[in-house]
Design a protein. Structure first.
Length: 482
């Protein structure tokens, strides 16, 4: 039995009739050289051999009576791997458009909370004799980094696979009775006064570091610094209204794109910035184009939320969430691609400095402090009142997750690309996440279908913007020549 942290449980509270709390990934595979055919039976066999290495895959939720404490992961005595491993087929030869449409539909369906919170789909019938694996697992169980670690357990370094330790028979532990859960909840509630003192001390210590950001936000709300000649802000202000900061529906759209990491690094080196800065500038340019297409480009820059892993070496290999976040200005109001990249670099430097001042445990302390029943009720009130789309804290999420830099295989099939499939919520109807693998950056864009129906067009703008940044980088290098 393992208790969820407050941050883990918050992803359960955020689920509504229109919003799901799971994250996913789409792995495109080449099974042509696999030692054995890639079919449902083979995939089920491989997952069954490795499920014991990830205990949360055989655990389900156990709620505490009256919601007085965070839920627990407990062994599922009725665990059935055939429920979790499934197969669908596209009409051959299936196109990327058909593939992303199927993933959109699968991703929109909530997971069954009475079972372990994950599913895997084998998708066959793709063009060029490819196959795909779509995985979904609840965000309460993993974050981006632990999700990548989960993939390292499922994937191999050779087509032949690897030797695994002998699997012991699964003997699920008996769940605790209500009196035990109530006693544990009472003990945690008794600890609340000490938690309050510790958390207050941490907040008092870090609040001064937020003063510049608060001043910028308040100034933006009051309309200050908007006159002629105003300097383009690098501190995030109040997020402007956009078409994707509205209530979402249960429907999803998904788009994919891949770009060369060497090309991104060429731009990075020419401008003296980071790979992530180049990615942010690509997103800023693509969003500017899309918003212009829809006559919705605001005068103010957008604000992006960037998840930041705070997973230390001691927690490597552990599931659950170890994340913080930083807010960064996204200069969609700037026309010049090179200037956008320079502003993005300055903005992320400011965001990193502010985020670094937040103690790693403070986010966990705050999210773990509220009694789950109250937190869930507060979440329902927030969604019902529409605060998240009337006053969104940011416009969208942009996340960069590290991936393997060597070829990997699943069931003997070589991984060609891996595209993340992330979360959207009310007021946040667009998410851009990417994973690096084998010299490429693979973008997965997720949106609410009604808010961003043409998400594939937005994805195409990412590659167009990289081409413009290459031109700007070449010009900068030429100008620097003596």
């Amino acid at each position: 039995m393992q208790q969820l942290t407050g941050l883990d449980a918050s992803f359960l509270a955020l689920e509504t009739a229109n919003a799901t709390g799971h994250v996913g990934g789409l792995s495109v595979l080449d099974p042509s050289a696999a030692p054995r055919p890639l079919n449902l039976a083979r995939l089920t066999e491989v997952i069954a051999e490795r499920v014991a290495l990830v205990p949360v895959l055989r655990r389900k939720l156990l709620n505490v009576p009256l919601g007085l404490d965070q839920p627990y992961w407990i062994d599922d005595a009725d665990f059935d791997i055939e429920y979790h491993v499934r197969e669908i087929a596209l009409p051959r030869p299936g196109s990327d458009a058909q593939l992303t449409e199927q993933v959109s539909r699968l991703h929109a369906r909530p997971l069954d909370r009475s079972r372990p919170l994950w599913e895997i789909y084998l998708i066959t019938g793709l063009a060029k004799k490819r196959a795909a694996i779509y995985t979904k697992i609840h965000h309460a169980a993993i974050d981006g980094v632990s999700g990548t670690e989960l993939l390292t357990i499922l994937f191999d370094l050779t087509p032949e696979g690897r030797e695994l330790p002998p699997a012991e028979p699964f003997r699920p532990a008996s769940p605790p009775g209500w009196p035990v859960l109530a006693a544990k909840a009472a003990a945690r509630l008794a600890w609340r006064p000490v938690q309050t003192v510790r958390m207050t001390n941490e907040l008092v210590r870090v609040l001064p570091t937020f003063a510049p950001a608060v001043n910028t936000l308040v100034g933006g709300m009051l309309g200050l610094n908007r006159g002629d000649g105003a300097v383009i802000a690098t501190r995030p202000g109040r997020p402007p209204a956009t078409p994707f900061n509205k209530p979402i529906t249960p429907h999803r759209r998904f788009a994919i794109r891949s770009v060369s990491l060497d090309t991104v690094k060429m731009v990075k080196n020419a401008f003296g910035v980071s790979v992530n800065d180049v990615v942010m500038a690509m997103c800023a340019g693509a969003l500017r184009r899309w918003l212009t297409d829809h006559d919705a480009l605001p005068d103010q820059p957008l604000v992006a939320m960037i998840p930041v892993s705070v997973r230390d070496p001691a927690s490597k290999g552990a599931m659950g969430n170890r994340v913080s976040a930083m807010l960064a200005t996204l200069p969609t109001s700037v026309t010049d691609p090179g200037l956008r990249l320079d502003i993005v670099h300055s903005a992320t430097q400011v965001a990193k400095a502010q985020q670094a001042a937040i103690p790693q445990g403070l986010v966990d302390q705050i999210s773990d402090f509220a009694v789950p029943a109250l937190a869930a009720r507060a979440a329902r009130v927030v969604f019902a009142t529409g605060v998240l789309h009337r006053l969104p804290p940011f416009n969208l999420t942009i996340s960069n997750v590290p991936g393997p830099n060597v070829p990997v295989y699943l069931c003997g099939a070589r991984l060609l690309a891996h595209y993340p499939v992330s979360v959207v919520t009310d007021g946040q109807g667009l998410n851009i996440t990417l994973v690096g693998y084998l010299g490429q950056l693979h973008f997965g864009l997720v949106s609410c279908r009604e808010l961003v129906p043409d998400i594939d067009k937005l994805a195409g703008y990412l590659t167009d913007e990289l081409a413009l940044l290459v031109e700007a980088a070449e010009k900068r290098l030429a100008d620097a020549q003596p």
